[in-house]
Design a protein around this ligand. Structure first.
Ligand code: ADP
Ligand code: MG
Length: 248
């Protein structure tokens, strides 16, 4: 479990999101403190990905407000790229450039978005790839790496931007079981190092070990939240009980 303080990094206020007449998020309120690890659980279609994508402005909310540190990112004049640079996101399917080596994948956004020199971007890339256990794979292309290694490149790429919060959307769901552990290990190290994290996952062991707080979503709302012990051992809502009953 990580140290958290009272400083809010991400504040979501009455967030609504509709796709045409399908209201997917129906009023989400959530504040994430610096250093806090929030794990988001919920059945498929409950709006977990949409919520994370709103925090990164990959989706435009239809109602409510989101603050990142002191900036209301949902305000019209907000510089979306400046926000994205500080909000790291890791997806289920890695999204690496197939023709670039691991090192070049990690260098690219540093040079394009942060305007770092090639030398600095390279130094940071090597550092971050080493940090995720891939110091000996920096010149490999994605097709020469396992899924777990590719996902660790994606994590290194996000970390190279010096994010203030990391969003993980089912980062291990596409991996073979034997590769899941290494990726979860990297995520756990990040959490221990004090990274602020919002993590959508079905890995209940990870949630129990690493989460400061567990959120259960269903039908576009937060149904229940609490410490892992409270949510797993003493769930209050029937929907949470039903979900946990099916998973474990
Ligand atoms: P979860 O991640 O919890 O499985 P999602 O946020 O992916 O849920 O999806 C919630 C609902 O929003 C689903 O019904 C899904 O079909 C719908 N949805 C998500 N993205 C889009 C989109 N780009 N266009 C239309 N509907 C979408
Ligand atoms: Mg999803």
């Amino acid at each position: 479990m990580s140290e958290s303080n009272n400083e809010i990094v991400v504040r979501i206020e009455d967030l609504h999101k509709s796709f045409d007449d399908n209201e997917v998020l129906r009023g989400i309120d959530l504040a994430v403190r610096r250093g806090e690890v929030v794990v988001i659980l919920g059945p498929s279609g409950s709006g977990k990905s949409t919520m994370l994508r709103c925090v990164n402005l990959l989706e435009k909310p239809t109602g409510g407000r989101i603050f990142f540190e002191d900036t209301e990112i949902t305000a019209k004049k907000t510089d979306i790229n400046a926000v994205r640079a500080k909000v790291g996101m890791v997806f289920q399917n890695f999204n690496l450039f197939p023709h670039l080596t691991a090192k070049k994948n990690v260098m690219l956004a540093q040079q394009k978005v942060l305007k770092r020199s090639r030398e600095e971007a390279e130094r940071v890339a090597v550092d971050q790839l080493t940090r995720v256990g891939l110091g000996d794979r920096i010149d490999y292309k994605p097709s020469e790496l396992s899924g777990g290694q590719q996902q660790r490149v994606a994590i290194a790429r996000a970390l190279a931007m010096d994010p203030h919060v990391m969003l993980f959307d089912e980062a291990t769901s596409a991996l073979d079981p034997e590769l899941v552990r290494d990726v979860l290990g990297v995520m756990k190290e990040l959490a221990k190092g004090g990274m602020t994290m919002m993590v959508v996952t079905h890995e209940m062991g990870f949630a129990r070990d690493v989460a400061d707080r567990v959120i259960f979503m269903d039908g576009g709302v937060i149904v229940e939240e609490g410490t892992p012990e409270a949510v797993f051992d003493n769930p209050q809502s029937d929907r949470t009980k039903d979900f946990l009953g099916h998973i474990s």
